[in-house]
Ligand binder design. Structure first.
Ligand code: SF4
Length: 377
């Protein structure tokens, strides 16, 4: 079709690079380009966005105020991905974990935290969704369930957005906070994550404020610097989990590529550019990273980059040898940080252990009926 050929050369490079882009991976200005190339009035693009993000249409057929011809043309150009809920774990009024099946049968998990504790400076009475950004994870942190079965692929922007839409549909409620801490390393899927964030943040999209969006990373220093150049004021959480290279090397292979000094220097840059406090996530693992010395070193790093610290007692993962420290040990670690003037929280509620880090959700490909046991065990 001549019209479609024109579209192919007129839309952005993102759209050009894909044989058939999902409609929920496209930004409004790109949609406008496409509609214009079809010879249709540009205002149809806003109507389409409204169908997607306000009226929550599940197909082009549902967009009944668009002419049938235009709907058919859209279906020719864009795919309309779906996400199926395979299983929901957890009670209605507490943290709920969702297992989703994507169009290619890949399985991912997301978590709904209905009334979350005060997270990353966000208000405490908000509903938070923790989304996955990859199927599995290639970074292999030793305490994390996500990396256990390897890495399959990165998610497309629409697959990130669909997690939120599906959870809002299931919960019958609008979400207020989004944290990129599910399965995968978000900054290893930088372009797709940023594209999803722009759509989540846009007024014509999900309309969630940038300050209510937190991206977590295991320490990809160059991408932290790249994130600092983005105009959106999203929040950053760094999964530190070890305060010296010796300890961090033991449990986070990424530290051999970007050691603590390299990571902290990227954090300095981020804090400076964004004029924003970041958060250090720190999972307390018995006998690994919970000594007094680690607490003092952690305090020094936090003071340097003006970071808050979020301590998370380790939650057992089936198949991994680590355990959580005693309550006394956790409190001691906390008291050292506070004595050094560091704003620190210690998660005491089990269901909120999801705040732990990027990841901790397990890639499930073999046995859907088996819970990963990470969040709600
Ligand atoms: S903690 Fe994050 S980066 Fe590390 S293996 Fe888990 S998901 Fe990957």
């Amino acid at each position: 079709m001549a019209g479609l050929k024109n579209i192919a050369v007129s839309v952005s490079s993102f759209v050009r690079n894909w044989a058939k882009v999902d409609i929920k991976s496209v930004q409004l200005h790109e949609l406008e380009e496409s509609v214009r190339a079809l010879g249709e009035p540009v205002y149809h693009a806003k109507q389409i966005a409204e169908w997607l993000y306000k009226k929550r249409a599940a197909s082009f057929d549902e967009m009944t105020d668009l002419a049938r011809k235009l709907r058919l043309q859209l279906a020719e150009q864009f795919s309309f991905g779906k996400i199926d809920v395979v299983r929901v774990l957890g009670a209605q009024d507490t943290t709920r974990k969702f297992l989703f099946r994507l169009s290619d049968e890949a399985l991912i998990e997301s978590v709904l935290i209905p009334a979350s504790p005060a997270l990353y400076g966000m208000r405490s009475d908000r509903r938070t969704v923790c989304v996955s950004t990859q199927v599995g994870c290639a970074y292999g942190c030793k305490f994390c369930a996500s990396g256990l079965e390897g890495f399959s692929r990165s998610l497309q922007p629409n697959e990130i957005i669909d997690q939120i839409l599906a959870i809002e549909r299931e919960a019958g409620d609008k979400m207020d906070n989004i944290v990129f801490m599910g399965m995968g390393e978000p900054l290893a899927n930088f372009d797709n994550v940023m594209r999803a964030i722009r759509i989540i943040n846009a007024r014509w999209g999900l309309s969630i404020g940038a300050r209510h969006i937190t991206v977590s990373t295991s320490g990809l220093a160059p991408q932290i610097r790249r994130l600092a150049e983005e105009s959106l004021q999203i929040r950053l959480a760094v999964s530190l989990h070890g305060a010296s290279d010796q300890v961090r090397n033991q449990i986070m292979p990424i530290n051999r590529r970007y050691n603590i000094e390299t990571l902290l220097s990227a954090c300095d840059y981020y804090a400076l550019r964004k004029k924003q406090h970041l958060t250090f996530e720190y999972i307390l693992i018995e006998g690994v990273n919970n000594s007094d010395e680690q607490a003092r070193l952690l305090a020094r790093h936090a003071r340097r980059v003006k970071a808050k610290v979020n301590l998370i007692p380790y939650n057992t993962v089936r198949g991994l040898p680590w355990t959580r420290p005693s309550q006394d040990r956790q409190e001691k670690f906390l008291s050292i940080l506070r004595a050094h003037g560091i704003a620190t929280t210690l998660r005491r509620e089990k269901g909120h252990d999801i705040d732990a880090a990027c990841g901790q959700l397990r890639l499930q490909t073999k046995n859907v009926g088996q819970d990963s046991g990470v969040l709600l065990s």
